[in-house]
Design a protein around this ligand. Sequence first.
Ligand SMILES: Cc1cc2nc3c(=O)[nH]c(=O)nc-3n(C[C@H](O)[C@H](O)[C@H](O)COP(=O)(O)O)c2cc1C
Length: 163
Amino acid sequence: MKTVFVYSTRSGNTKKLAEDACQILEGEKALFSVTEVPLHEFADTLVVVGFPIMAGRVEPRAARFLANLPEKTRLVLFVTHGSKRDTSLVAQVIAQAEALVSQVDLVGYCTSQGEVSSRVLDKLAKSSRPPSWLKEAVTAQGHPDFEDVSRLVTLIKSCLLCA
Ligand SMILES: Cc1cc2nc3c(=O)[nH]c(=O)nc-3n(C[C@H](O)[C@H](O)[C@H](O)COP(=O)(O)O)c2cc1C
């Protein structure tokens, strides 16, 4: 079974995670930005889609792509975010993504922190209503890191084995 990575990204974290995981993974594979996926034909393919959380939501270009995936696509999701892993905010966004892909075969997902630039952190801190995830975002520095990449690759390998 082939693996196709598709990522959306604003500041590069999700792209980096996708590129590093794609590089490590053995077997037939391809990598695309969500803005340049050539065709939505994914026969005998594990489709691995990554996106950042933006203002508490699935990044919009990724949301459109997910909602239009052909029925029965075998799908793995990975999400990057400034807040800590296993928080209710991240769980809410996973639930949003699950609702978008009810037509497909979602076989797994994983989440990783992704660093936020100090310029953005400063700007948000000075806003009239700083977002709730902002305090946790300082712990995202250096992510995605090697452990994040390994976690994603391990998940993909287990999904390929079960295919
Ligand atoms: C405008 C903006 C909004 C964001 N909103 C959230 C959010 O609601 N929750 C969160 O955990 N992280 C949030 N983040 C942090 C990003 O999700 C995180 O840095 C992610 O790794 C960015 O991925 P990218 O570099 O691929 O764009 C936000 C970042 C920006 C710049």
